[in-house]
Structures are given as structure tokens and as C-alpha cells.
Design a binder for this molecule. Structure first.
Ligand code: SF4
Length: 176
């Protein structure tokens, strides 16, 4: 086992203090640097700096940032959910560490899709049903991971199945 213990504290979302969601900052009892490139593979990370040892992944609607001795988790309902998510992450960290001889480490980030490329995959109706004024604004929110492509209801229809598949691939989440 690599990771034994941690201490978790809840913090308000800095970018939106009035949000009902909270974030969690978790201090780790062990340094998990060694396992980060393997977690990058297993969790399909979308940002990884091997020099700084920072890995960001998206998992079950949360943005999760791993550092050597800290994990930050966003968009949580409360402390109970934070503890559940963290227990799962602890398990993933330890299982990945134990299986690392069978996992190919990834030392680079996935290329980040550009808003203009994403825009080509959106329905282009500017109908606002996703909560933002235009498809272009929605594309920006997707690249910054503030929104998810599933929040455009038109993409869930048969007509946009091909776009849906491409977006699903571009924004694949680890562990879902
Ligand atoms: S719901 Fe879909 S089609 Fe409508 S504005 Fe948002 S991204 Fe565009």
C-alpha cells in the first residue's frame, strides 16, 4: 500500500462562493509522485506535468488534481460525499501502485481540444438550453471543464449521434 492516511477539509468554491457545491483539499500522509504517470494512464488524465508532478483528471463530474502530497476535489455536495470520493481515490491510488508493472506510464498531457474544433461538433442552434447564450460560449465552457457536453440536450438526440461520440471521446473521463 502506498497511501495510508489523509486529512480532509472542506473549502468553498473560490470562483463562485455562492455556489451550493464545495471543494475538498486533502493532505496525504505519503508522497504519491511515483504513481502519478500511472494514474495519468488509468484515469485518462487531461493535464499532466511530469516536471511539477501535477495531474488533473475528470471523474464522475469532479475535477480532481493530484499533487505529491495533496489531492483537490471540486463540485462536491458536502463532506460526506468528499469522504466517499476520497476513499475511492485512495483505493485507485493503491491499486494502481500495486499494478504498476502492468500499466504503461504516460508522461505527457492529452492534447487540449480548441473551442473552434468543439464548435464544429455542436448543433449550432444558439438555443440557450445549456444555460449559456451561444454554442461558442458553450464550447469555451467545455474546454475549461466548467460544463459538460451532456448539458446540451440536442446532443442527446439521434440527429447528433456522431457528434456525441466524438465529444465523448474528446472528454472521456477516467473511471466512469
Ligand atoms: S443547448 Fe446546445 S445547441 Fe443550444 S446553445 Fe447550448 S450548445 Fe448550442
Amino acid at each position: 500500500m502506498l497511501l495510508h492516511n489523509y486529512t480532509l477539509r472542506i473549502v468553498l468554491a473560490e470562483c463562485n462562493p455562492s455556489s451550493e457545491k464545495v471543494n475538498a483539499l486533502v493532505e496525504l500522509s505519503e508522497d504519491i509522485s511515483e504513481v502519478l504517470p500511472y494514474l495519468n494512464t488509468v484515469l485518462k488524465g487531461f493535464q499532466y506535468s511530469d516536471g511539477e508532478k501535477i495531474l488533473t483528471v475528470k471523474r464522475k463530474g469532479h475535477l480532481i488534481t493530484f499533487r505529491p502530497r495533496q489531492i483537490a476535489i471540486t463540485k462536491l455536495e458536502d463532506e460526506k460525499e468528499a469522504r466517499e470520493v476520497m476513499e475511492e481515490l485512495k483505493q485507485v491510488v493503491n491499486e494502481t501502485y500495486e499494478n504498476k508493472d502492468h500499466v504503461k506510464p504516460t508522461y505527457i498531457s492529452k492534447p487540449v481540444p480548441r473551442p473552434t474544433d468543439i464548435l464544429k461538433l455542436l448543433p449550432g442552434k444558439n438555443c440557450k438550453e445549456c444555460g449559456v447564450p451561444t454554442c461558442f460560449a458553450f464550447a469555451f465552457k467545455l474546454t475549461s471543464h466548467e460544463l459538460e457536453w451532456k448539458q446540451c440536450p440536442l446532443l442527446l438526440t439521434e440527429e447528433f449521434e456522431a457528434s456525441r461520440l466524438k465529444l465523448s471521446e474528446l472528454f472521456s473521463e477516467g473511471g466512469d
